[in-house]
Design a protein around this ligand. Structure first.
Ligand code: BG6
Length: 537
């Protein structure tokens, strides 16, 4: 645990109360109450338009925003408040359901302001301070502030330093609070992550820093904890005694979509997906129960999982990791660019667009259980899930009968499987063996499925909605702590170092819209596991 830490309890722990004076039951407990000024750096960027503004819009529509607030966009392009409102009106109209009906008088739009400035110039922050104070006076806002850093990572440190130097951030003990939300990537290796952390924690208290990983805001990701620790059925089985292997898949069909190549080529899947989202999923599926549903306990348990992931030696990297890069292909008769042909990507790039890993969690609960992780771009299907395969019964009682039918063996391989589907078709499914009706004793695989969409007739909040509301309420449970980030980078950097010392990969090595390189099967040697086919997932 580092520094002090904001308390905050996960919203899930808030029991709905009735009689709040109308509206949604429990609304008063959940909504953010402190009037606030939100400043978004990178105000006209993609994230602001596609995620942050829509998230604020939905929070407001649901009554979760405080009664008084202002949102100030900060970016380089000169623009008036009116122009910014118009631009965000357009962006919101495209993003939200019923966008065409969005009125220019919408309370969110009329709470928007704009301040043009340079992120690396202190003078811009001194001017921003004047703007903020004026708006706060106008709107009777007490000076609680959230600064959202939705900018390229090279600006993180300078913005935080300038915020503090200009006196925009209050002391952690000041009654008016200040919080800084930092987008990913938090560093590009262990050293740079540590340097960033040192720079940021030099001027801010840990309780003021909210490192965002949007996967933690996804409804189904949060449900991993509810499912594991809100039931007593499965948790006793979640250990090396009963689990054969755990597979975590985050597959995307998207490639670089034009603009992303230049960034991605400096990152690769390991930095872009594994260091943050995949390792977070791993923590949630493998962690011990926290003693309470609050920030410190949850993050303490996640850190223990990350600490149990020993950094890999060069030899282990060669054996336990597989990299891939997509080549040229086609879809519906149309040519599809290979990664090296994408805009912003070098023709000899050795950046990976696919990673598969076989990991060990060296602790009492999981010793000996392979954790198989894979993620990639341009794969056969967009699907994210965690599949827990349980061990076969100790005695193959049905073996003589199984041999009557080859299909049975295949069905068997799929049974005793618990799948937590993160996206799309969010839900949980359990497969088990069952006797097929008939005189013969023949086993078949059957499923029990739960789909969010069918079970609950209500809209799931988007990840950013949930996370923004948590930050407004001062709940850091779903944000990553500095020691978590450090441990994750320690592990990931060991893989990067191993790769750097191995012969360069033979890229490209998989066709677009497939399951990735065949070489990933090498990771399964010596186990009963097989990668789940993306098409069948
Ligand atoms: C981002 C990565 O963090 O997550 C992207 O930078 C990736 O490369 C995205 O596409 C995936 O998020 P989601 O929510 O679409 O699964």
């Amino acid at each position: 645990m580092t520094g002090s830490e904001s308390g905050g309890r996960l919203l899930a722990s808030v029991a709905p109360s009735r009689g709040d004076g109308g509206g949604e039951p429990g609304l008063e407990l959940i909504r953010a109450k402190d009037p606030v000024t939100v400043v978004i750096f990178g105000a006209s960027g993609d994230l602001a338009k596609r995620k942050l503004l829509p998230a604020l819009y939905h929070l407001q529509a649901a009554g979760y925003l405080p009664e008084r607030y202002a949102v100030i966009g900060f970016s380089r392009t000169p623009m008036s408040d009116a122009m910014y409102r118009e631009c965000m009106h357009k962006a919101l109209a495209e993003q939200i359901h019923d966008g065409a009906a969005l009125d220019a008088g919408d309370p969110l739009l009329t709470s928007l302001y704009y301040h043009a400035g340079d992120a690396d110039k202190l003078a811009s922050f001194q001017a921003l301070k004047e703007t903020i104070e004026e708006i706060e006076r106008e709107r009777s806002l007490p000076g609680n502030r959230i600064f959202y850093l939705s900018v390229a990572p090279e600006f993180f440190t300078v913005i935080v330093q300038n915020l503090v130097a200009a006196g925009l951030v209050r002391d952690k003990n000041d009654p008016a609070w200040s919080r800084v939300i930092i987008e990913k990537p938090f560093g590009r290796d262990l050293d740079s992550a540590r340097a960033l952390n040192a720079a940021v924690t030099k001027v801010l208290d840990e309780s003021q820093i909210y490192r965002i990983d949007h996967y933690l805001g996804k409804e189904t990701v949060q449900n991993i904890l509810s499912f594991r620790f809100g039931n007593s059925i499965f948790e006793p089985l979640f250990n090396q005694k009963y689990v054969d292997n755990v597979q975590v898949t985050v597959a995307e069909t998207l490639g670089m979509e034009g603009r992303r190549g230049a960034y991605y080529d400096t990152a690769g899947t390991m930095r872009d997906m594994v260091q943050n989202h995949m390792l977070q999923l791993l923590c949630l599926i493998a962690m011990e129960p926290p003693s309470a549903l609050e920030a410190r306990s949850i993050r303490d348990e996640k850190v223990k999982v990350l600490r149990a992931l020993e950094p890999l030696t060069r030899k282990q990297v060669a054996v336990s990791t597989v990299r891939g890069q997509y080549g040229v292909g086609e879809q519906n008769g149309q040519g599809v660019k290979g990664y090296r042909q994408e805009e912003g990507v070098g023709p000899k790039s050795t950046t990976e667009t696919y990673v598969a890993l076989r990991l060990k969690i060296d602790n009492w609960r999981w010793a000996g259980v392979p954790f198989l992780l894979r993620s990639g771009k341009r794969l056969a299907k967009r699907v994210s899930e965690i599949a827990v395969t349980f061990k076969q019964p100790p005695m193959r009682l049905f073996r003589p009968f199984d041999e009557l039918d080859d299909e049975v063996a295949a069905a068997r391989a799929n049974s005793n499987l618990l799948v937590l589907r993160i996206q799309p078709d969010e839900g949980i499914s359990l497969s088990f063996a069952c006797k097929r009706p008939g005189i013969k004793v023949q086993l078949d695989e059957v499923n029990m499925d739960f789909f969010y969409g069918r079970a609950f007739q209500q809209r799931s909040p988007e990840a950013y909605e949930r996370l923004l509301l948590d930050a407004l309420r001062g709940d850091a449970s779903l944000f990553t702590r500095s020691d978590e980030v450090d441990c994750a980078w320690r592990f990931v950097s060991s893989i990067h170092q191993g790769w750097a010392s191995l012969p360069p990969p033979q890229f490209p090595n998989y066709y677009p819209f497939t399951d990735g390189p065949d070489e990933a099967n090498r990771l399964l040697e010596g186990t009963e596991a097989r990668w789940r086919s993306l098409a069948e997932m």
